[in-house]
Design a protein around this ligand. Structure first.
Ligand code: ASP
Length: 455
C-alpha cells in the first residue's frame, strides 16, 4: 500500500485535481491520499491557506469578513465547477467556513488554527466527492475521528506518540480510497491544532509510518530534489536519484523547501522510503529518500544555504580549564527560552548561533547581559546577518580534500569564511559566512562540486 501526498500546486484548481485523480487511479496500491489546501495557480496567485489567515485576522480584528470569506469560497466554487461537482459541496464548504468563523476567539491561536485547517479539510472533502463522481469508492477521513492527536503550541503543534497506534487501528483494514486532509489534527481537548507551514508533508509521513506503507509518495511540482536550489542556480539540470534520510534532513534544515524538514522523522522511524515526484510529470521516477545507499567516495549530494542567524561569540582566556562554562551558557539560554542552532567552539571561545527570527532583539540583549554578568568572559560580540552554507553528502565521509575544495572555491570568489563546523559523521560541513554572500557561495560551490564535467 502506498500513501501519497499532493501539495498545494497539485490541488490548485480543477485541472490539477484531475491529474491527481489520474495518478491515484493509475496504481491500485495508492489508497491513502493526503492533500494540501489549494495552492497558487500562478506566480501572482495567493494560497488558500494565506486567504484563510487573512480571513481569520479580519475576524479577530472585528472587521467585515464578507470579502475575505468570498475569496476563499470562490476558490472552492471554481474547483467544483471545473470538476462538475454541483452546488451541494460548495454550500457545505460555505457552511463549514461560517461555523468556523463563529467559533470561540478566546484563544486566538486556536481560532487561527481552526481557520487554517479549513483549507486542507475542505480540499479533502471536495476531492473525495470528485473521486465518487468518477465512480470510485472513496471517502474523506477526519483527523479528529481517526486518531491524529496533536499537542503543543498553535501553529507549531507536534504529534502525540499514541496517534501511531490509533491511526493503525483505524486503518487496519479499509476499503477503497481514503482522502485525508494534511496539516492539522486535534488536541485531546478537541481543539484544532496545525503543524508548522508546509505541514501536510508531516501528515503524510505520519500516516505512511502508522500504516506501514511500502512507500510514501510525495507529489509536488518538481521532477526531483535537485542538488542545489534551482532559483539560485537555474542551470541545474540533473536531479538526485537517491539520497539518504540524513542527507535530506540536513539539506531541508538549511533551506531545501521541497520537503518539510520535520516530515522526515516519522518516515525514518517507520523506515518508509520517501519518493518525491512531480504531479505534472508522473512518468518521471523522482527522487527516492532511503535509509542507506551506495555512495561514490568524494561526491557531494547537495548544497544549501540558510541566512538570518545571529552569532554570539564568547571569548574567555583559558576557557578549556573552566569546568562547566559551556553548561552555564546553555543554562542561561534555557532559562530565557532561547533555542540555539549550533555551538561551534575554539580553545578559548564558543559561538552560539541563534535564528534571528525566533529571538526578539530585547531577548538577545538580555542573554548577552546575563552572560557578561554571570560568566565574566573577556568579551562577548554579536554579529547579525550571518548565514550558513551546508555541503552535504554521504560520499564525503573518509574522503580527503572535500573541505579544501569548498574553501578554495569560496576564496576564489573573495568570500570570507568566519566559521567552519563539521559533525563527526562527516556527511556534511557548514561554513559561516555573511548573509549577503549566500547566493554567490552556493553558486561557487555548485561549480566546484558539480559543474566540473562541463569545464
Ligand atoms: N497549506 C499549508 C501551507 O500552505 C500546509 C501545506 O500545504 O503543507 O503551509
Amino acid at each position: 500500500m502506498k500513501v501519497c501526498k499532493f501539495g498545494g500546486t497539485s490541488m490548485a484548481d480543477a485541472g490539477q485535481i484531475s491529474k491527481v485523480m489520474d495518478i491515484v487511479l493509475a496504481d491500485p496500491a495508492r489508497r491513502m491520499v493526503v492533500v494540501s489546501a489549494p495552492g497558487k495557480r500562478n506566480k501572482g496567485d495567493t494560497k488558500v491557506t494565506d486567504l484563510l489567515i487573512a480571513l481569520a485576522e479580519a475576524a479577530l480584528a472585528k472587521k467585515d469578513t464578507t470579502k475575505p470569506l468570498k475569496a476563499v469560497i470562490d476558490r472552492y466554487a471554481a474547483i467544483a465547477e471545473g470538476l462538475d461537482l454541483g452546488n451541494e459541496i460548495v454550500a457545505e464548504i460555505r457552511k463549514d467556513l461560517k461555523d468556523r468563523l463563529a467559533s470561540s476567539k478566546k484563544d486566538e491561536g486556536v481560532f487561527m488554527d481552526t481557520m487554517k485547517a479549513a483549507g486542507e479539510d475542505n480540499s479533502a472533502k471536495i476531492t473525495a466527492v470528485a473521486f465518487r463522481k468518477r465512480g470510485v469508492k472513496c471517502r474523506y477521513a477526519n483527523p479528529g475521528d481517526t486518531g491524529m492527536i496533536l499537542e503543543g503550541e498553535s501553529g507549531n503543534a507536534t504529534l502525540v506518540e499514541e496517534s501511531y497506534r490509533k491511526l493503525a487501528r483505524t486503518f487496519a483494514d479499509f476499503e477503497g480510497i481514503v482522502v485525508y486532509p494534511g496539516f492539522f489534527g486535534h488536541r485531546k481537548d478537541g481543539t484544532v491544532a496545525t503543524f508548522p507551514r508546509g505541514g501536510s508533508d508531516i501528515t503524510g509521513s505520519i500516516l505512511a509510518a502508522a500504516l506501514r506503507a511500502d512507500v510514501y509518495e510525495n507529489f509536488t511540482d518538481v521532477d526531483n530534489v535537485y542538488p542545489v536550489d534551482p532559483r539560485i542556480v537555474p542551470e541545474v539540470d540533473e536531479g538526485i536519484d537517491t539520497m539518504t534520510y540524513r542527507e535530506m534532513r540536513e539539506l531541508a534544515y538549511a533551506g531545501f523547501g521541497v520537503f518539510n524538514d520535520e516530515a522526515i522523522a516519522p518516515a525514518v522511524q517507520g523506515r518508509i522510503p520517501i519518493n518525491v515526484r512531480n504531479t505534472n510529470r508522473p512518468s518521471e521516477p523522482g527522487t527516492m529518500i532511503v535509509q542507506s545507499r551506495r555512495v561514490m567516495p568524494g561526491t557531494v549530494t547537495g548544497i544549501a544555504c540558510a541566512n538570518g542567524f545571529a552569532n554570539i561569540i564568547i571569548d574567555k582566556f583559558l576557557m578549556n580549564r573552566k569546568i562547566g562554562f559551556t553548561r552555564r551558557v546553555l543554562d542561561i539560554l534555557e532559562e530565557e527560552g532561547v533555542a540555539y542552532e549550533h555551538i561551534p567552539s575554539g580553545i578559548d571561545s564558543i559561538s552560539v548561533l541563534i535564528k534571528e527570527a525566533g529571538v526578539p532583539l530585547a531577548k538577545e540583549k538580555k542573554v548577552v547581559a546575563r552572560i557578561k554578568r554571570e560568566l565574566q568572559p573577556d568579551s562577548v560580540l554579536v554579529t547579525h546577518d550571518y548565514g550558513i552554507v551546508m555541503v552535504v553528502g554521504e560520499g564525503m565521509a573518509f574522503s580527503a580534500g572535500m573541505l579544501a575544495k569548498a574553501t578554495g572555491a569560496l576564496a576564489e570568489h573573495g568570500i570570507n569564511i568566519s566559521m567552519v563546523n563539521q559533525g563527526a559523521s562527516e556527511i556534511s560541513f557548514m561554513l559561516g559566512i555573511k548573509s549577503e554572500d549566500c547566493i554567490s557561495a552556493v553558486r561557487a560551490l555548485y561549480n566546484a562540486f558539480f559543474n566540473h564535467h562541463r569545464q
